[in-house]
Write a protein that binds this ligand. Structure first.
Ligand SMILES: Nc1ncnc2c1ncn2[C@@H]1O[C@H](COP(=O)(O)OP(=O)(O)OP(=O)(O)O)[C@@H](O)[C@H]1O
Ligand SMILES: [Mg+2]
Length: 409
């Protein structure tokens, strides 16, 4: 990653819910990065489930790059390109510590870098107005292009975080959201993701709630890392929780996700979360989502002993753009290939989760029925002649209909 030799002993303060808890520092000699907690940090203010507050002074030393949990908010895709175009002269964008320095006060979850969260209600309100307009994709792109450094969000699709202005102190922070919008290359991505997320919700999956813009070129997905009273919750993706760098997001397996729940999940809800995970994997399969990688699952927590599987997000039929797309994850760590679920795959999924009492074939039929009917209902408002985005949704329905029958005996 690093293209220039390390500068002199750079440091960056780390905050959890606006309290300073520690410091990241880079060794000028080796370029390795250490994280040190301050003295007497409350264990509830751990920076990650994988990095509890401990007394040993060198417990989190000598990372080659950032510790994986600090990578989850690093921009990718269009957002990173926009940051590069604007800041490359001043900031070393390919250096993760510099990038974190730039965006670190605008992250998702409860950890921020360089200072407490820096809310900007006026910007949030502008984003909301753009997201509600009938030229939403262009209006959102205009905002993102001028202020890309304000969005510490990963993912390759163009997106940003926003929400309604808080009218008076104490007003509940409701409906803060992440906005995702179409580009020419992926026309229809927003409409299809909206339909897929609605299908997840209808199927009883804990799916992030999505609202479609008037022009159907963007969606607002309600943020799940903010509680009703505005408290920020801990959120970590399965890539970081598996100890993998963000570039390893496709190198994982469903087994990693199961282990994540068994290792860090609230003991009283593990069975429930494993079943939710199984259903989500089956739904992603039916929807032919080839992008359900390790950064698209995670755990959410108010306090660290109570981590639960986060709501399902980033679900869409990728086979529209990549007709031969395969799943993003293999089933087991030892599997060499990645295949859509056939009968044997479904049995293996049951074995992996240990949910032997479950009729996975029935769940698959149920998911397929809900997926197709939900997408068809949404497609009624978007006939194929409405534009490329609507045509993409109709193609997605055909893909899902084919997938629905594919694993039947
Ligand atoms: N509803 C939400 N609430 C809080 N955080 C979210 C929500 N949706 C997404 N995120 C965070 O933002 C990141 C990017 O979102 P998302 O995965 O939807 O984008 P994407 O660009 O489609 O990603 P990918 O690169 O996987 O295609 C997620 O990995 C997660 O960390
Ligand atoms: Mg994603």
């Amino acid at each position: 990653m690093r293209s220039r030799p390390p500068q002199h002993g750079r440091t960056l303060e780390v905050f959890v819910s606006d309290r300073r808890v520690g410091i990241l520092s880079e060794s000028p000699e080796t370029g390795l990065v250490d994280f040190d907690y301050e003295a007497e940090v409350n264990p509830d203010f751990a920076v990650s489930l994988t990095m509890p507050v401990v007394a040993e002074h060198d417990a989190y030393h000598e990372f080659n790059g950032l510790p994986p949990p600090f990578e989850i908010c690093l921009p990718e895709g269009l957002l990173l390109d926009l940051i590069r175009a604007r800041f490359a002269k001043h900031v070393e964008i390919d250096d993760d510590l510099s990038l974190l320095h730039l965006i670190g006060r605008h992250t998702v979850g409860r950890v921020t870098f360089g200072g407490p969260l820096a809310p900007d209600e006026e910007l949030d309100a502008r984003i909301l107005e753009a997201a509600r307009s009938d030229q939403s994709a262009q209006a959102l792109l205009d905002i993102l292009s001028t202020l890309p450094e304000r969005f510490g969000i990963s993912g390759v699709m163009p997106k940003m975080s926003g929400g309604p202005r808080q009218t008076r102190p104490g007003t509940l922070v409701r409906e803060k959201f992440i906005v995702k919008f179409d580009t020419h290359q992926y026309a229809g991505a927003s409409l299809i993701e909206h339909a897929c997320l609605q299908a997840c919700e209808r199927a009883g999956l804990n799916g992030a709630h999505s609202t479609l813009a008037p022009d159907a070129r963007s969606i607002r997905v309600r943020r799940f890392d903010l509680a009703q009273d505005g408290t920020r919750l801990g959120f970590e993706d399965a890539c970081a929780l598996s100890g993998l760098r963000r570039t390893g997001k496709y190198s994982g397996s469903v087994e990693h996700l199961v282990r994540m729940i068994r290792h860090y999940g609230d003991l009283s809800y593990q069975r429930e979360d494993l079943e939710m995970l199984l259903r989500a994997i089956v739904m992603n399969d039916v929807l032919r989502n080839g992008d359900a990688h390790l950064k698209n699952f995670g755990l959410l927590y108010g306090c660290i002993e109570r981590a639960r599987l986060a709501p399902i997000y980033d679900v869409l039929t990728t086979q529209i753009w990549l007709p031969r797309d395969t799943p993003a994850l293999s089933l087991r760590m030892s599997d060499e290939d990645k295949r859509w679920l056939d009968k044997a795959g479904m049995e293996d999924l049951v074995d992996l989760t240990g949910l032997w009492e479950i009729d996975v074939g029935r769940i698959r039929d149920e998911m397929a029925e809900i997926a197709v009917s939900t997408m068809q209902a949404i497609a009624k408002d978007h006939p194929p002649d409405a534009g490329p985005h609507a045509r993409a949704l109709h193609e997605a329905i055909a893909v899902v209909e084919r997938a629905a029958v594919s694993a039947r005996p």
